[in-house]
Design a protein around this ligand. Structure first.
Ligand code: FAD
Length: 373
């Protein structure tokens, strides 16, 4: 039975044409829902285009789709960055190309150059916030953080031409830079409030990836050990800057009172604050920096406003990777078609397809269990 979904008078606006926004729009397209627009401030895959040139995906891409295990970095069950790009660990630019190819292949409409600063101007019945976090660096973690160079401002690691650097934050981004610079023979002080190198958990959101660990082991085996000063389980309290007789110095004070000095801007890899928090503060209830969501990923206080992408957190389940948050697209879509009472064979088939391909996660009870070995 094919119902004409166009008879229904409702519109969906998706804010952001990143992995989440495009993946969501493709799902609606597959379901036959046509009144969907993506509003994007820059261009398709912009966050990925802004990554430092040398940064690669840590989650591997592999052409495993047709055995029921879609490529970990795919945004639909039937596409694969490994196939599309011929890369296992794509760069940001390569991945943006994959997103652009998806937009073209599925004929997704994206209005670029539209920056959404308030939802009040959007007249659509449903709004899906997919604006990510990359362009919103975390600037509140400690005093003087703005004196450093945030990861999102780095164009290429090749721009680090001096002999020594302080890197604050030793999770994926900080470790990626540290590995690159150690490889180039530079002296690195790597500081973290916990011990990412020393702890392994079964959740990629809280543990360094095997890809990064392998790269670290490789570089560590060949460097002069004096080149790495790893200060773990110690938070940075502040950064100060002095310029005495043209000798500039950055003074990093740690919580134990010790200081680390550097002539170069400390590299800040402490994460992102999120545009959601910045722009939609009054549209969500908050648990610290995390927006509270219903079990359908809708704001608990603003009806018909959904959140998709790396901001999704439910209890201990953190959806900060693509292979995680893509499993919530169908939850949101299913809820919207239920509210609109849309029942077509096409919709049922697509939902079934997403479920069969591990693109549908509603039961979160198993999310935080440890692996048995
Ligand atoms: C260095 C690094 C490495 C990573 N490696 C991996 C990895 O290996 N595997 C993995 O799964 N994930 C990885 N991630 C995380 C991954 O990049 C994010 O989870 C993903 O980009 C989130 O997708 P998104 O669509 O939610 O946001 P984004 O991809 O950031 O897309 C958001 C889009 O919204 C637009 N936008 C923002 N604000 C507005 C506004 N106000 N109005 C209109 N448009 C707006 C932006 O321009 C952007 O195009 C990595 C992240 C970083 C920083």
């Amino acid at each position: 039975m094919a119902a004409n979904t166009q008879e229904k008078d409702f519109k969906i606006s998706i804010i952001g044409a990143g992995a989440a926004g495009i993946g969501m729009a493709i799902l609606f397209k597959k379901m036959g829902i046509k009144n969907v627009e993506i509003l994007e401030r820059d261009s398709v895959g912009e966050s990925f285009k802004k990554w430092p040139k040398e940064t690669r995906f840590i989650s591997p891409s592999f052409t495993s789709n047709f055995f029921g295990l879609p490529d970990l970095n795919a945004i639909t069950p039937d596409t694969s960055p490994a196939y599309n790009l011929g890369a296992e660990h794509p760069t940001g630019l390569e991945y943006a190309k994959y997103l652009e190819n998806c937009v073209e292949h599925f004929d997704i409409k994206v209005k670029t150059g539209v920056e959404v600063s308030s939802l009040d101007k959007i007249k659509s019945k449903y709004i899906i916030w997919a604006a990510g976090e990359y362009i919103y660096p975390d600037v509140n973690t400690f005093e003087g953080i703005e004196l450093g160079l945030h990861f999102s401002q780095i164009k290429s690691y090749k721009d680090f031409k001096e002999d020594e650097y302080v890197v604050i934050g030793a999770y994926e981004a900080g470790m990626d830079i540290a590995i690159y610079l150690l490889n180039k023979g530079k002296q690195i002080t790597l500081i973290d409030g916990s011990d990412p190198l020393g702890s392994i958990t079964s959740d990629s959101s809280t543990s360094l990836s095997p890809y990064t660990r392998d790269k670290f082991k490789e570089v560590y085996a060949k460097i002069d050990k004096k080149n790495l000063n790893y200060i773990k389980n110690t938070r940075v309290e502040k950064i100060e800057y002095t310029n005495n007789k043209n000798i500039k110095e950055y003074i990093v004070t740690l919580e134990n009172g010790k200081v680390v000095k550097s002539n170069n801007k400390p590299i800040i890899c402490t994460g992102f604050e999120g545009g959601t928090h910045k722009l939609l503060k009054d549209k969500f209830e908050w648990n610290g920096a995390r927006p509270l969501l219903t079990d359908k990923d809708e704001s608990t206080i603003t009806p018909n406003l959904f959140l998709i992408g790396s901001h999704i957190v439910h209890d201990k389940a953190v959806f900060c990777f693509i292979y995680k948050f893509r499993q919530r697209f169908a939850i949101v879509a299913e809820e919207i078609v239920r509210r609109e009472n849309l029942k077509t064979d096409q919709i049922s088939e697509i939902l079934e397809n997403y479920k069969n391909n591990n693109f549908y996660l509603s039961d979160l009870s198993g999310c935080c269990q440890d692996c048995s070995c």
